[in-house]
Design a protein around this ligand. Structure first.
Ligand code: FMN
Length: 146
């Protein structure tokens, strides 16, 4: 059976959604089946159905995690060991310390084996390569660990 991964994300103005799209394309080109979950919109997921769970969030108010993402974490209700986190942010909102703070916190919460992917605003253009390489890194590490 084809391996399956979930990409769950929250995006208000589209940046995190664009990262999710690039991640989806990259994973599908490597033969993974991807389910998309729009946090706060789609029905609850079954975390056990996936080989990888990708969670994407932007960062808000002094490095905070959006409420919808906190609700999603509660809804999942367990800490799967295969969560990889991606996020977008903006260094103009307080610099490196709180840049993509929500993605940092989420990766720590899930003890993610992968460093969180942090993208400045839209990934289109020069950062696209970083997004693709991060996904390839996660999948390579995942294959060798299993
Ligand atoms: C009110 C407000 C507060 C923000 N605070 C932060 C922050 O503390 N850290 C950060 O990295 N980005 C911060 N941002 C930037 C957003 O996270 C960034 O624009 C993100 O790409 C938006 O994602 P989206 O397009 O998927 O909604 C803030 C944006 C707004 C509007």
């Amino acid at each position: 059976m084809k391996a399956k991964a979930l990409i769950a994300y929250l995006s208000y103005s589209g940046n995190t959604e664009e990262v999710a799209e690039i991640l989806q394309e990259t994973a599908e080109s490597r033969g993974l089946h991807i389910d998309i979950h729009r946090i706060g919109i789609d029905p609850p997921i079954d975390p056990e159905a996936y080989q990888y769970i990708f969670i994407g969030t932007f960062t808000w108010e002094e490095g905070s995690t959006p409420d919808e993402v906190k609700d999603f974490v509660l809804e999942v209700g367990c800490k799967p060991d295969n969560v990889a986190v991606f996020g977008t942010g903006d260094t103009q909102f307080g610099g490196d310390r709180i840049f993509c703070g929500a993605a940092e916190k989420l990766a720590k919460f899930y003890n993610s084996p992968w460093p969180p992917l942090k993208i400045e605003q839209s990934p289109r253009g020069s950062q696209e390569k970083i997004v693709k390489e991060w996904m390839e890194g996660v999948l390579e590490h995942g294959e060798s660990a299993r």
